[in-house]
Design a protein around this ligand. Structure first.
Ligand code: HH2
Length: 291
């Protein structure tokens, strides 16, 4: 699948795309409190578009382990004004929510995509999206609930279990008549997974893509990268870029990131190098300079 159908746009995925994160929250794990006012979040949307974001993803509830619960009213007040502003910026806009009531209001306001870390398992969510003619859908795998998901998550075979879950969620939507082109899938790094689980799933991105839906990944600043590098959350840019490029090399088509400008540069460079070196035939054996 090389395109993602969304409410207003058909997103061409023949090249990887960058989805910029807009957390309108006081407590997100890496940028909580930075853009939680409506004006600040609107300005952040504009900045990410200037930096080259292909899509925006707006969320009003942190899903980090142990995050405080947010009432529907709070989430709505955080997300909807920013969504309305973002919809004027010329890129597809996604709403990151687990709650059917907010999905409904966001779709009524014109949202292009629903990104649900709960894979549309909330009551009525599947039916709502099935009724909507064209909204894009990101189905993410999460084991458990955000509050407790990192308490010793266990799998017999994490790759098989995550793939089966995503395949089943996509099949349920297809049975309700949702066009396959509207669906992307996401292994959900850090959502009820140890570092070993995340790394196994990363290795399986190519196999996940073989399910037939584009793969979206969210490695940006996550704690596995912190443990690999020994870096705190604000010093994980290099690690996030390496993870993003490795994911693309394995077949991911959408990168959900905080650091849009750096990710866009990294992708452009990687693509130029890959396209160029593919055209060059090095003489073999390559002549030694200092025989
Ligand atoms: N990760 C987060 C939130 N939403 N959605 C998808 N599809 N994939 C992800 O990996 C993903 C996601 C967590 O990151 P962030 O939004 O920065 O943090 P918080 O949940 O604390 O707001």
């Amino acid at each position: 699948m090389t395109a993602w159908r969304t409410t207003r746009f058909l997103v061409d995925l023949t090249r990887p795309r960058v989805m910029g994160i807009v957390n309108v929250t006081p407590d997100s794990f890496s940028d909580g409190g930075l853009h939680d006012g409506t004006q600040a979040a609107m300005a952040h949307c504009e900045r990410l578009c200037d930096e080259g974001a292909d899509l925006l993803d707006i969320g009003g509830e942190s899903t980090r382990p142990g995050a405080a619960a947010v009432s529907l009213d709070q989430e709505r007040q955080r997300v909807l004004p920013v969504l309305r502003h973002a919809l004027r910026l010329g890129v597809p806009v996604s709403v990151d929510t687990r709650h059917t009531a907010l999905m409904r209001e966001a779709l009524d306001a014109g949202a292009d995509i629903v990104n649900d870390v709960n894979a549309l398992r909330d009551d009525g969510a599947e039916a709502l999206l099935a009724r909507h003619p064209a909204a894009g859908i990101c189905l993410m795998h999460m084991r458990g609930e955000p509050g407790s998901m990192q308490h010793a998550p266990r799998y017999a075979d994490v790759v098989a279990e995550v793939f089966d879950f995503l395949a089943q969620r996509a099949a349920a939507l297809r049975e309700r008549g949702v066009d396959a082109q509207r669906i992307v899938v996401d292994p959900g790094f850090g959502f009820g997974k140890t570092d070993a689980h995340n790394l196994a799933l990363h290795g399986g991105i190519g196999a996940l893509a073989a399910l037939g839906f584009p793969v979206l990944v969210g490695w940006s600043r996550k704690s596995t990268l912190g443990r690999i590098t020994g870096r705190p959350v604000h010093a994980r840019l290099a690690a996030s870029l390496a993870a993003a490029l490795s994911a693309v090399q394995r077949g991911a088509r959408v990168l959900r990131v905080h650091d849009v400008a750096a990710t866009v540069d990294a992708l452009k460079t990687w693509q130029a190098l890959e396209a160029h070196t593919a055209l060059i035939e090095l003489p073999t054996p390559y002549p030694a300079r200092n025989p």
